[in-house]
Ligand binder design. Structure first.
Ligand code: C5P
Length: 398
């Protein structure tokens, strides 16, 4: 059996019940392991008909438990011991039958007994045919689970294995893993209101052309996720990017820097912490042509006007929130970042090398605050985002 080690951030019991969506549980296990979560699989007999325990064992490095009478547990009390070794239980998929068992406190197999004997939070991801989902009996059972503080994740509408389309499709593996990460992260910003700008702005030249930049929005979006995990209420003001906002984040789409400023002004009085991760275009064309400019073989010049500095505006407000800026530089990183922090009069700036970070899934950051510099060595952006949120929470709460 894989030993629980200090590398494991958290420990999860992953329960599988009978349903076609059981195949997604293998992916859930894989993604959780990648995030250093210790995963202990437990399967019902029906789950074993949909996916083999060997798959879950290989992915998690842990023996899979299926039997209430499993004599591999020293004191033969699998139902107590296994649930005491974890921080939470996630049942994915949770069948209609298993939900009914949970609602009524049945304990006639290992997984239901573990759930009844647990002393940790329980999450379930229902998966079933739309008629089974809509049946009053299922809805009655779900209401009971909610009353018992069991968290129900999904389901969503979508195509189902039976060929029908409707409510009852299990959430995707990635979505369930994100939900567990939200639960696992320390609640450093519980109920704080965080406003984040992300992505590029686009400044129109004419009806079809504009000035923009290569910002992917990844840093701002991972910050939104990390702030959400930390318990914050998060609003994301985003330029045009190909990313989905994490579930639970309010997203406001904008195109230009001026749109971004309008959106920020609207939100700012409801903000405790403002993180300006957007790559705002510094200039916009002085004149925007309504029609497409036609080429005539001659060169042309573009007159540009500076855009408002949104971060500087927010930092200068009489009741300004705690402000965090970003400095993407191509040279003299440290000097430029600290100069920028002082000019914009903000308590914290995160500096990175533009050529290393734009579009990448990883970044190396140096944070500058009143106490000096704090390097955050290269790591995936979600790891950096969690580190940055931690740093922000320490300064904000001082
Ligand atoms: O001055 P510079 O553009 O390098 O500053 C970068 C920081 O300022 C980033 O946090 C960026 O989001 C913010 N910014 C802004 N409005 C602008 C330009 C930059 O909020 N017009």
């Amino acid at each position: 059996m894989a030993k629980i080690s200090i590398l494991h951030t958290k420990r999860l019991l992953l329960g599988l019940t009978g349903g076609v969506a059981a195949y997604k549980a293998a992916e859930i296990a894989r993604l959780l392991i990648q995030e250093n979560v210790y995963v202990q699989p437990v399967m019902t007999k029906s789950a074993c008909r949909f996916v083999g325990p060997a798959t879950l064992q290989a992915l998690t490095g842990n023996k899979v438990f299926t039997d209430l009478w499993d004599n591999r547990i020293d004191n033969n009390m699998a139902h107590i011991n296994i649930s005491r070794e974890v921080d939470a239980i996630l049942i994915a998929p949770a069948s209609a039958d298993f939900i009914a068992k949970l609602a009524n406190g049945f304990a006639n197999d290992l997984l239901s007994t573990l759930c009844l004997a647990r002393n940790c939070p329980l999450f379930i991801a229902p998966a079933m045919n739309l008629q089974m989902w809509g049946n009053p009996a299922t809805q009655r059972n779900l209401a009971l689970l909610q009353r018992d503080d069991i968290t129900i994740l999904g389901p969503v509408k979508g195509s189902q294995a039976c060929g029908e389309t409707g409510m009852g499709r299990m959430l995707e593996a990635q979505e369930l893993v994100e939900a567990m990460q939200i639960f696992f992260q320390p609640k450093l910003l519980q109920n704080n209101r965080v406003l984040i700008t992300a992505g590029p702005t686009y400044e129109a030249i004419d009806a079809v052309r504009g000035i923009t930049n290569l910002s992917s929005g990844k840093m701002g979006y991972t910050l939104a996720r990390a702030a959400l995990e930390a318990g914050a209420k998060v609003t994301l003001i985003s330029g045009a990017v190909c990313l989905e906002a994490p579930f639970g984040v309010t997203r406001i789409n904008i195109i230009s820097a001026k749109d971004m400023l309008v959106a920020v002004r609207k939100e700012i009085s409801n903000t405790d912490i403002f993180i300006s991760a957007a790559a705002v275009a510094d200039f916009l064309p002085t004149k925007i042509n309504k029609q497409k400019i036609k080429k005539d073989g001659r060169s042309m010049s573009l007159k540009l006007t500076p855009n408002p500095d949104i971060l500087e505006y927010v930092a200068g407000l009489p009741k300004s929130p705690f402000c965090v800026g970003f400095a993407a530089e191509t040279e003299n990183l440290e000097k430029n970042a600290e100069d920028k922090r002082r000019k914009k009069k903000i308590p914290l700036i995160a500096a990175n090398l533009a050529q290393d970070t734009i579009g990448s899934d990883e970044s190396a950051l140096i944070l500058f605050d009143d106490k000096g510099k704090h390097p955050l060595p290269k790591a995936p952006k979600i790891v950096q985002a969690r580190r940055l949120i931690k740093h922000i929470s320490l300064l904000y709460k001082k």
